[in-house]
Design a protein around this ligand. Structure first.
Ligand code: SF4
Ligand code: SF4
Length: 467
């Protein structure tokens, strides 16, 4: 069903003020969030733990904005990118910039993978951008400045296409979405003489721009790169675009070809999600941290350096080892005709994605529901320092009654999401064009690998919430 046949939706996407006005609105919110975080800091790790939830900006950014855009990407595609204020800023910057061609290294995707790794290892686990509001504000400012710099140098949406880790992650989750943005009738595109949706002369128009995400609607095969910005619909003289409902996970069953850097990115996200879920429960947290603590204790480091080394072990060393073990076993299992390494790891990453997305949804729900008690005090004291001090001193106890009421529903939703992820993975394993290219032996190894990964969440959620 083409949603653009619904008058209201079509009018929205065709409107010349869309998405510019929402982008301006988001830019205002973005600036307010930065202002609300700047200067709010502490050296006390206990206070930082509370400040994370008591500062209004921090509460909104990490406990609501981030979870909501993750869920929105899984349901609708890159909906956040449609209204993202950074896209608007990069548009203006690239309009006046040098407009150089993007080098191959940037296009390869490894830069964004490395950038995302650094955000987690240095940003989150060393500088605590997720706990200290001041660091969060600097991080958002840094992203904006980086986006402007990249856009002043390179042409089109270079930052969105090759550098932004948010967009990259949302693009991968958009593969799951039950909606797709495509050319309605590719034969019309074929016979179209003007090609308004791709021509260079339209690249820097504010409205009715040609696609600066390097897409030609007639050949879009999957949801990874489309920002749903609606510019191609506005510029097409035939309005030959559809935004239609489809089978969820549809892209997994066709020949979606992950880039090598995306495999690395998926493994990283997979490790981050393990960390996020397992750190919600003290028992699973201790099990997860056993190896990193063993190592940091053995070499005698503490504090920030120990955090950095632990994060490197969890997010880089362990995923690489897991990947190598799976690839080695797949090679052994493939018999005389050895499975190509690239094909094995791409298939493995693709099969992991539903479980990773499911775990991310669970984490998002857990986070949003567990932070409800902090809204009241954050609205009264937006900086959150006094509230954090009172909570740390025990003179203020957040009212957790809403969270407690939600707990059973959260538990059942988490279990349901995990079971759906497992069922879909089995279907992909049976029917996906990509998986079918692998031999039976390889498929068995990949199945065991994915089951082992799924079991990390399955055991944690079922034991923690229902045990
Ligand atoms: S890719 Fe990043 S900067 Fe671009 S629109 Fe999406 S979130 Fe915004
Ligand atoms: S294909 Fe159309 S909607 Fe998608 S990013 Fe390009 S111009 Fe925007």
């Amino acid at each position: 069903m083409n949603l653009l046949k619904i008058k209201l939706i079509k009018a929205l996407f065709k409107a010349s003020w869309f998405p510019i006005i929402p982008q301006f609105a988001m830019l205002t919110v973005f600036v307010l969030l930065i202002i609300g975080g700047l200067g709010v800091t502490t050296d006390d790790p206990v206070l930082a733990g509370w400040l994370r939830d008591t500062n209004l900006s921090n509460l909104i950014v990490w406990s609501y904005w981030w979870p909501i855009i993750i869920i929105a990407a899984i349901v609708f595609g890159r909906l956040w990118c449609t209204v993202c204020p950074v896209e608007l800023i990069t548009y203006w910057a690239s309009r006046i910039g040098l407009r150089l061609k993007v080098p191959h290294l940037l296009k390869s995707g490894w830069i964004v993978t490395i950038f995302y790794t650094l955000i987690w290892i240095i940003g989150v686990h060393t500088l605590a951008i997720n706990r200290i509001p001041h660091q969060m504000a600097l991080y958002l400012l840094f992203l904006m400045i980086l986006a402007i710099d990249i856009s002043l140098i390179f042409h089109k949406r270079a930052f969105c296409s090759y550098v932004c880790p948010v967009g990259h992650l949302l693009g991968l989750y958009a593969l799951i979405s039950p909606f797709e943005w495509r050319a309605d009738d590719p034969s019309i595109c074929k016979s179209c003489k003007t090609k308004d949706c791709v021509v260079k002369k339209n690249h820097y128009r504010l409205i009715r721009r040609s696609c600066t995400s390097n897409l030609y609607p007639a050949t879009i095969n999957d949801n990874r790169d489309c920002l749903l910005c609606s510019q191609c619909l506005k510029t097409c003289p035939y309005e030959n675009i559809r935004f239609s409902a489809r089978r969820p996970f549809a892209d997994f069953f066709t020949g979606v070809n992950l880039r090598p850097a995306e495999v690395g990115f998926i493994l990283l996200v997979g490790a981050f999600v393990v960390f996020e879920i397992l750190s919600e429960w003290s028992v699973s947290f201790e099990i997860m941290m056993w190896l990193p603590y063993l190592f940091t204790d053995a070499i005698g480091i503490t504090g920030t350096l120990a955090n950095f080394v632990s994060a490197t072990i969890m997010f880089v060393v362990v995923p690489i080892l897991v990947l190598l073990v799976v690839a080695a076993l797949a090679k052994l299992a493939s018999g005389r005709k050895a499975a190509p390494f690239g094909m094995t790891v791409k298939t493995f990453a693709l099969l992991l994605l539903p479980t990773i997305a499911g775990a991310h949804i669970i984490k998002s729900i857990l986070k949003m529901s567990s932070r409800v008690p902090y809204w009241r005090s954050a609205l009264i004291d937006p900086k959150g320092i006094e509230t954090a001090q009172k909570i740390a001193a025990g003179t203020l106890v957040p009212d957790k009654s809403v969270t407690d009421t939600l707990t059973p529903a959260v538990g059942f939703t988490s279990a349901a999401v995990l079971l759906i992820a497992l069922t879909v993975t089995m279907l992909i394993l049976r029917r996906s064009v990509v998986v079918r290219k692998n031999s039976l032996g390889v498929k068995i190894i990949l199945l065991l690998g994915v089951l082992a990964y799924w079991a990390i969440f399955g055991l944690t959620i079922f034991k923690w919430r229902f045990g």
